[in-house]
Design a protein around this ligand. Sequence first.
Ligand code: ADP
Ligand code: MG
Length: 691
Amino acid sequence: MSENPLETPLQFLPGVGPARAELLRRLELRTVADVLWRLPRDVLDLTEVRSPADLVEEELQTVRGVVAESDGRETRKGNLVAVLLDCRDDFVRGLWFNQPWMRQKLAPGTHVLFSGKPKRYRGRWEFTHPRVQMLTAEDDQASGGIVPRYGLTEGLTQVEMQRVVRAAVEMGAAAVADPLPEEFRTEQKLPPLADALRKVHLPRAIADYDAGRRRLLFDDLFEFQVGVALRRRVWGRRSDAPRLEVTAKIDARIRRRFPFRLTAGQETAIRDIAADLASGRAMHRLLQADVGAGKTVVAIYAMLAAVANEHQAVLMTPTELLARQHWRTIDDWLAGSRVRRALLTGNLTAAQRKEIQRQIADRELDLIVGTQAVIQSGVRFGRLGVAVIDEQHKFGVAQRSRFAEQESHPPHVLVMTATPIPRSLCLTQFGDLDLSVMSDLPPGRQRVVTSRIQGPASRRKAWDFVRERIRQGRQLYVVCPLVDAEETARSGAGAEQVYEELRGGDLQGHSIGLVHGQMDRERRDRVMEQFRNGDLQALVATTVIEVGVDVPNATLMIVHEAERFGLSQLHQLRGRIARGSFQGYCFLFSEAVAPEAASRLSALEQSADGFRIAEADFELRGPGDVLGTRQHGELPLRSADLVRDRDLLEEARAAAFPLVESAAIDTPEFLPLKLQVLDRFGSFLDLPRTG
Ligand code: ADP
Ligand code: MG
């Protein structure tokens, strides 16, 4: 057995034993500490429960009882549900108008609390539309007070769990060391940690519980934000970055290369960036804008500013497709210039790659576009000035550091993302970056008309519409959630099946291509190329086209089984057809689905604003789906929830940054906190151990 009571395995806790320890393990609870830091899922306040005899008129009060009868009937005012609640010494009545489902919810035998302002009617207390809290029969045995309720697993009851928690508090709470110095805690109005744990698990009053819970959630978010601030200190704003001046002459020379006038948003972003480049401190900036807002030109501006100052520049993309597309744009715009440039992808022979790597090291190249091949070992820049990472949300947090790591001077780093990221998520994933937001779109851009299509008749109409536009010269994407749906008996979901069906069916006589992530790259590129050239009228695809693909003539999109995609993902997909001056049309094919899914699709029909959509998505589905990737793992938070606790996150951030910026975090007082931060977030945030 361990010396530290907090590390005691649960099976050694009084009343636990191996079998129950096994059940607890299913809840990912192994040690006393695990139990202490697991917040209750909610709390039941029985302190204010009154017996019917003690009720008074028109005051907010709570009663507890078992449903004896529940009736529903139609009245002149509409449907009325009346429930008779047996509160042991007397009955009270609960009434609901036009909420017929309350009758099922409050079936006889159900244990509940009613809270509301009762009225006396015909010798009985009546609650109209009271707040209802469901109790289990077991909760109902609790004699009173404040009862925390925990997440359970089969075979483990609430009362047993509460006993385990009590034993854990008794054994462990006194051994908890507070990582926050007292003075800081007082400033932030936080109770001592051991106290907070006791208050959460064994609350005497609801205010105690709230204060304890706030402390635990605060710590969770605060430690994360201290980590983010440390990351910023290590990787960003280092003061030995090259000074890159964008003089009026350089500015004019760069702009001459662009075939259009910049939008106001692009101008502002460029101003932010130029100021960073000239500052001598390493730029560490996130450029956020909706799909199609025109981030590429801003990236190219930053890169050419570096080249004009005799430094190198690199643009990294998550896919080969995107690298080629940017390369084509850059190569086009720089036609006839002296900028020495190359495309570096995984698609080269070893000899070709070696040669490019040599040229990069010897500063024979000024500007490189590529995939992750540009951060692989073997690539060393002779004099890197600016690094741009496109569609950063497709990469992990760590990849951002790679550029800074390998060079003797830190380059200026610009990261871009077309997924509008809700602020609270942004503060965690990208909280170490300065932010530029472009909220306008290039002129003439029209919002995509989006509609959900259900049933064969509507589908036929949608296809007629689409074919007519194809006849007029437009091109179509057909997006499917899966590559191959053969095994799943859902032929509408698989790109391969849909491709075959369309060739003999709705798109007979048209030229169609197929791309998905399991095809070899060369073949995929060839098909994309044909689509871009207009040799293909339609392209059946998986979400490989989600990121950044730019074919202005493609203005039509059909999404199969649309309910299977996240909102933000659909918004990204739809962004593919909003890139030219023709009106875009997006048809979301979706048969009968749950009401929740249907309302998500209608959110998409109604809103064109990516930020609003991302917020909705975030609330409905959580961070992983908004970022469209889980490759960098879940946020390592213990119990805080970025949607629910967003205000606390702001507070935690406001407390964390000054602590790091003032270097107070480096004093011995805060050493326990710092160690805790490194332990919890060091690898997620890619912090060096010496932080
Ligand atoms: P995203 O922000 O999604 O990466 P892109 O940089 O790919 O957007 O730009 C989308 C399209 O808009 C491209 O075809 C690009 O050439 C065009 N574009 C960008 N900026 C402007 C502008 N200021 N005026 C007109 N067209 C623009
Ligand atoms: Mg882009």
